[in-house]
Design a protein around this ligand. Structure first.
Ligand SMILES: [Zn+2]
Length: 60
């Protein structure tokens, strides 16, 4: 199950949410102000970690 990082458009709060299904994503609310105007950030914390810092070997 992916953990997505979200940012609230209203208060700027950044939070992570575990998504079980596509329906969960539509129900995502800001934990701080409760607004649903949140946007998903590109980074997926807890999945990529620091491994993306390594360059793939043999790839030029
Ligand atoms: Zn908020």
């Amino acid at each position: 199950m992916p953990i997505y990082e979200y940012k609230c458009d209203i208060c700027g709060q950044v939070f992570e949410k575990l998504i079980f299904s596509s329906g969960d994503e539509k129900k995502t609310l800001c934990p701080k102000c409760g607004d649903k105007k949140v946007r998903r950030l590109m980074s997926a914390t807890g999945i990529l970690g620091t491994s993306c810092a390594k360059a793939p070997r043999g790839f030029s």
